[in-house]
Structure formats: C-alpha cells, structure tokens
Design a protein around this ligand. Structure first.
Ligand code: BES
Ligand code: MN
Ligand code: ZN
Length: 449
C-alpha cells in the first residue's frame, strides 16, 4: 500500500513537536489540545474538510518508554490503514509493537475491525510478520474456551500447525502411552473423557544442532482430586499456555529457517476428576525410572513434563527448553509479567534475560537452589511431586523437573503465567505470549539462517 492510502501516525517524544517538523497548523492544534508528546496519548489532527489528516502519538521520555510503546497507539486506533512516522527508536520494534497492540480475540463475538499497519516503511517486514504470527497463535490458543480446546481438539490444532510448516508429527494416545512408557502423562490425563496424548513434532536438516522445546499442555486444570477453589480454577483454560508458547516459538523458528534441528514435544492432558483419577498417595514410576509419590494431584504439570523431558533428554539435545504455567508461586514471586527462568547454563540464562529485556519480553533468572531438593523428599518413593512447607514453590517445581534432565547440554525452564491481567503496551488483556521473542532472538544469534 502506498503512503497516499495510509494515515500517518506521527510519533512524538519528549523532544517535542518541532523535532518532527510538524506544520504550523498541526502544531497549533496540538498546543490547543494540550498535546506535548505525553506517553500513550493519541490525538487526531483534522484536515481542512474535517476529516482526519494524521494522528499524533506521544511516546514520552526514553527512560520509561516501553519497547513496544507503539502498541498503545494501536490499542486506541479504529479500523483503517496506517503508517508510522516521526520519532521512532527502532522501526521493526515499532511495527511489531503496533501489531501486538492491535490483537483482539473475536472467536466468540462479531469481529471488530482492527487497525492495520499497511505500510511498514523501513521495518523488517518478514520479521514483523513472523513474530506477530507467533504471538497471535499463542494468544488465540490460550484464549480459546476449554470446551473448544480439549485434548482431541488440541491434537487437531497441533497437527494442522505441523502440516502447515512441513513438520513431521506423531501422536501417542491413551493406553499406548503406557506401552510406550509415558506412565505419568497417562496417569494425569486418564480421568478425562478425552484421552491423554503426547505430540511429537520435528523439523530441520540433519546435522544441525538439536533444539528441543517442551510445552505444558494441560487443556484444563481442575486440580484433580485435590480440587482447586472456584477462584483458583477460573483461569485454568490457560494451563496449556506453555504448549501455546512453544508452538508460537516453533512457528518463528521454522518461518525464519534457523539452522537447528527442531523438536517440539507437547504432552496434552486434561486434569479431571472421575473414578479413574490418580490420587494423593499414589506412587507412579516415571519414564526415567524414578518413583514419584503424589503429594498433590494439582502438581500435575511437573509430572507430564517429567516424562516428556526424559524423552527429550534421551537424544542429548544441544538446548532443551520447556515452558509451563507451572506454579502459582511464580506469580507470587515475580508477578504476572516477569516469568522466572531457570537454567543449568548461566551464560545462556544471561543471554535470554538480555534478549528478553530488549524485546519487551522479560524473563528473570531464579536459582536452581539444590538445598531445597530436600523439600520434596518422600518417605517411600524417590521423590514427592509437591514440596512440603509451601516454601519456594517455583524453585522446588524447577528442581523437580531437573531430576529428569541429565544429558542435554543446556536446559532452560520458564515458569510462565500466560495471561495479561491488565492491558499493557503491545499486550492486551487476556491470553498472552511470554518468552517467544526472548528465546527466538537468542536462537537467531546462535543459529542464524
Ligand atoms: N497450573 C497450576 C499453576 C498455576 C496456577 C499457574 C495459577 C498459574 C496460575 C499448577 O498445575 C498448580 O496447580 N500448581 C500448584 C502446585 C502445588 C499443588 C504444589 C500451585 O502452584 O499451587
Ligand atoms: Mn495444577
Ligand atoms: Zn496446572
């Protein structure tokens, strides 16, 4: 689309209107409306006929400007085709911020037209498109109601995802999980009317470094027999947020053609209540052979991840990375917007934190604090799935997972929240992507196309 067909959104920072060379009429209009580039403020400028000639958009001062500040403009603009001008720090991040802020989830209501960035100027259009697609995919999956995304439907979505990207896909479903030695995935999911399953996707050229992603795919978490409260259960459709985000990440990796051999493992289960449910006190033998006493059926995510991580670990990946809405404690420790990151490789952890901050996709390293391993001691099995005492819940969950990883060169675990409880720049309220851009940017540096 040419510039003549798009409406300009003119970014104005604390250097003011003069810095972007605004004409005298627009400058006077801005002054008359008290507009001086305040962060997030959007002001329409009329042409001589009373139509909108342009929008002025304030981005405030650099010290407290979100990287995706453009998302605040998109969240306020109506239907139309736009282009970005003026005081823009990074055109690609501005375009991406705009798109991420324009996201709406309209599956269950009449769709409202959203603003379209129709002219990307000098932004890297391919990168903007792939990262927009990745985030939208993760958000759509998380936002979808749990009656529309049970284990059967989620497998269908994952198969469609894989075939659209020429990824090979296999599924192990129901009792076949027992035969194939995934006892904990089976135990967690067997009470649901929709059988548990493990989806296994692969892509890439032989010889490239193996990167394996694992995502928690609990399509709904009632807590099991250790049932959650009503308030605690309300948002549990998002308990497949780890799976949604590794799929978004995989989409970006494949689309960019990064030089990796990618594997994506998604254990998909519903943690339901029925006669067949696993119980507190049960002892499960995991794929790895470790026995796990069930202290709490609501600590189900670590069980399904443990079997999937053990499988991934069997082929010694270069990087093994999992994402999971694993603990309520993560949100208590760092809040909903800053997922805890754990890693056996401190250099990789630092790279991820740095990349995350630069991309407005922050992650914060917490320690794999070995002394807390004893909090999950069992009197009768190798380990208990729930820590005693209620201390350090995100750390103890990470330590539980670590027991199932031995051969991967580097292992990373992100304890994500997967939900934006309030709208922020580039992050509308609701299901949200976390970790995709941080991890993608590090992989892109390490394994460029
Ligand atoms: N899916 C939840 C964790 C969760 C809860 C994430 C709320 C985000 C928001 C997980 O399966 C769970 O229930 N974890 C328990 C573990 C506990 C029983 C050891 C938790 O965090 O309370
Ligand atoms: Mn749970
Ligand atoms: Zn859960």
């Amino acid at each position: 689309m040419t510039t003549a067909q798009t409406l300009p959104v003119i970014f104005i920072d604390d250097a003011g209107l003069a810095a972007v060379g605004l004409d005298p009429v627009a400058t006077a209009w801005a002054a008359a409306n008290g507009f001086s580039g305040q962060r997030g403020r959007l002001l329409a400028v009329p042409d001589g006929q009373g139509a909108v000639a342009a929008y002025l958009f304030g981005t405030g001062s650099a010290v407290d400007r979100p990287v995706l500040v453009a998302g605040l403009a998109a969240a306020q603009l109506g239907e139309g085709n736009y282009r970005l001008e003026g005081a823009i720090d990074d055109p690609t991040l501005a375009a991406l911020g705009f798109n991420l802020g324009a996201y709406r989830f309209d599956k269950y209501r009449k769709a409202k037209a959203t603003p379209v960035l129709a002219d990307l100027g000098v932004a890297d259009a391919a990168e903007v498109a792939r990262l927009t697609k990745a985030a939208y995919l993760a958000r759509d999956l998380i936002n979808t109601a749990p009656n529309d995304l049970g284990p059967v439907a989620f497998e269908r979505e994952i198969r469609a995802f894989a075939s659209a990207r020429n990824m090979t896909v296999t599924a192990i479903v129901g009792d076949d999980l027992l035969a194939a030695n995934f006892p904990m995935i089976h135990a967690v999911g067997r009470a649901s009317t929709e059988a548990p399953r493990l989806l296994d996707l692969s892509w890439g050229r032989s010889g490239d470094p193996k990167v394996t992603l694992v995502g928690k795919g609990v399509t709904f978490d009632t807590g099991g027999l250790d049932i959650k409260t009503a308030a605690g259960m309300l948002l549990m459709k998002k308990d497949m947020g780890g799976a949604a985000n590794v799929l978004g990440l995989a989409s970006a990796i494949v689309d960019a053609g990064l030089r990796v051999r990618l594997r994506v493992l998604v254990p998909v289960v519903e943690n339901s209540i029925a006669g067949a449910a696993f119980r507190p006190g049960d002892v499960l033998t995991s794929r790895k052979g470790l026995t796990v006493e069930i202290g709490n059926t609501d600590a189900e995510g670590r069980l399904i991840l443990a079997d999937a991580l053990a499988l991934a670990d069997e082929e010694n990946p270069e990087i093994l990375l999992d994402m999971a809405t694993l603990t309520g404690a993560a949100r208590v420790a760092l809040g909903p917007d800053l997922p805890p990151l754990y890693s056996t490789d401190d250099a990789l952890a630092r790279e991820l934190m740095t990349a995350g901050l630069a991309a407005d996709d922050p992650l914060w390293q917490l320690p794999l604090w070995s002394p807390y391993d004893s909090m999950m001691a069992s009197k009768i099995a190798d380990v208990n799935n729930a820590g005693a005492g209620g201390f350090a819940g995100s750390i103890t969950a990470a330590l539980f997972l670590r027991r199932f990883v031995a051969n991967a060169k580097a292992w990373v675990h992100l304890d994500i929240y997967g939900w934006a409880p309030e709208a922020r720049a580039g992050r509308p309220l609701g299901g949200t992507d976390q970790g995709i851009r941080a991890v993608y940017n590090v992989l892109k540096q390490r394994f460029p196309a």
